[in-house]
Design a protein around this ligand. Structure first.
Ligand code: FES
Ligand code: FE
Length: 454
């Protein structure tokens, strides 16, 4: 069929241009991809106390992420069991109960239905409607890694660890710089008129756009590593369910390289204690500093080190974001600032400033990027785009062999494969995964009868 032919092209790195703005493709993504994959929704540090909650979505489905009195984190489908009203309308807060605004049914913060106005008069009490054991629908699957909370709409989803695979090795650089883990600020939340895949692909591996798209940021001297010649010495790695880019740093030890990007000694010491020998070797012996990355499908990371104001000092920051699809041509971006929980307060404050300057709704990189992505999305909706197969084969020769060989273990200590220089390796990895999901039909899920036997 037409569809499987196009998915075959995608696997070869030839991208049907219309997938970046197509209602039919979007419906498939909704059902076959976001209906099944593990999706990042928040971090445990956002809800540290019993009763703390945030409301997050997986496409159209709203979930209350809440920490119960038993300290357990739960994700509950934010829909009242009575007439389906959204139970919690605030975005975050602390509550022991949620009361539905429509007729007043109330639920404990672990989801149990505890209050049902006029239970006796309206239903004849328990005989007519069994209130006991009714709960808001739990997310079909929930799991965490380093405090990152993921949910899946598929009750048969593989364990999260298995799904993430060796990408966890790289996740630690962003989310575990000490035993204390990270704390988050935000998220800032905004919408862009662009397809969600473009951002995910860009963060995964587009080292190629930096010298062009971000010329102005380079020109004003915000970075110490602006040169395109330097950028191509970095490597692109992919492992398990995600991949990213790195910068090659000047020679030095593990400690010297982390100091070079602006980490204070005490943080460097904790990283040394927290990371494995291989994790240390990627930075130290191999000399690659982790930069942007994406985990399939729509979770991305940034690690960068811009100059601080007028000085020559640089300061690193970490940001986490999701590209949450709203429609084929619209994405809601949720962007968090992340920092090691044990970092000195002064570092946290300055690092936050560095983040705001570069990313988030005020970030200079953000403005540059989005202009391109909106324009691309617009053009992808036209009928000419349906005739076009874009070439996303950078780094490959005609026979599919790579232009450069993957880095051998002596030069790259991390799992997965890594290539030096420009190449669309990771964009292809992401889209191949995307094709795998889109190809596989979903079985319809079991229905849950409110008030019936569970
Ligand atoms: Fe929630 Fe009626 S819809 S109480
Ligand atoms: Fe960019």
């Amino acid at each position: 069929t037409d569809q499987s032919r196009l998915l075959e092209e995608v696997r070869r790195g030839m991208i049907p241009a219309h997938i970046y703005n197509d209602e039919e493709v979007f419906q498939l993504e909704k059902e076959r991809l976001f209906g099944r994959a593990w999706v990042f929704v928040g971090h445990e540090s956002e809800i540290p106390q019993p009763g703390d909650y945030v409301v997050r979505r997986v496409l159209d489905d709203s979930f209350i992420l809440s920490r119960g009195e038993d300290h357990q984190v739960r994700a509950m489908f934010n829909m009242c069991l009575h007439r389906g009203m959204q139970v919690c309308r605030a975005e975050m807060g602390n509550a022991s109960h949620f009361r539905c605004p429509y007729h007043g049914w109330s639920y404990r913060n672990d989801g149990r239905l505890v209050g049902l106005p006029f239970h006796k008069e309206a239903y004849g009490g328990e005989a007519g409607f069994r209130r006991k054991s009714q709960t808001l629908l739990p997310a079909p699957a929930l799991d965490t890694y380093n405090g990152l909370i993921f949910i899946s709409l598929d009750p048969d989803a593989p364990p999260l660890r298995e799904y993430l695979g060796d990408f966890t090795f790289y996740l630690d650089y962003y989310t575990k710089q000490s035993a204390g883990g990270i704390e988050l600020r935000g998220p800032q939340r905004w919408r862009v008129k662009a397809n969600w895949k473009i951002g995910a692909e860009n963060f995964a591996g587009d080292m190629y756009h930096t010298p062009q798209t971000h010329t102005s940021v380079v020109e004003i001297g915000l970075f110490r590593e602006p040169k395109a010649e330097k950028r191509k010495d970095g490597c692109t790695y992919w492992a398990g369910n995600g991949g990213g880019t790195t910068y090659k740093l000047p020679p030095g030890s593990f400690e010297e390289r982390l100091r070079y990007v602006g980490y204070p000694d005490e943080m460097v010491e904790r990283m040394k204690q927290t990371w494995s020998a291989e994790q240390r070797a990627v930075v130290g012996e191999d000399g690659f500093m982790i930069s942007a990355a994406s985990a399939f499908p729509n979770l991305s990371f940034v690690h960068n080190w811009p100059k601080v104001e007028d000085s020559d000092d640089v300061l690193p920051f970490i940001s986490i974001r999701t590209w949450q699809p709203v429609g084929p041509d619209e994405t809601e971006v949720l962007s968090w600032f992340a920092v090691d929980a044990q970092a000195p307060e002064e570092f946290k404050a300055l690092s936050y400033k560095a983040y705001l300057m570069c990313f988030g709704s005020t970030g200079m990189f953000e403005q540059d990027d989005v202009e391109n992505w909106v324009s691309l999305t617009n053009t992808a909706a036209g009928s000419m785009a349906r005739r076009l197969l874009l070439n996303s084969r950078m780094g490959l020769l005609e026979d599919d062999s790579p232009v450069v060989d993957p880095l051998p273990r002596e030069r790259f200590s991390g799992p997965g494969s890594a290539y030096v220089g420009y190449g669309e390796y990771n964009q292809r990895h992401l889209l191949r995964r995307w094709a795998d999901y889109l190809e596989k039909p979903v079985e319809s899920a079991a229905t849950i009868r409110v008030g019936g036997d569970q």
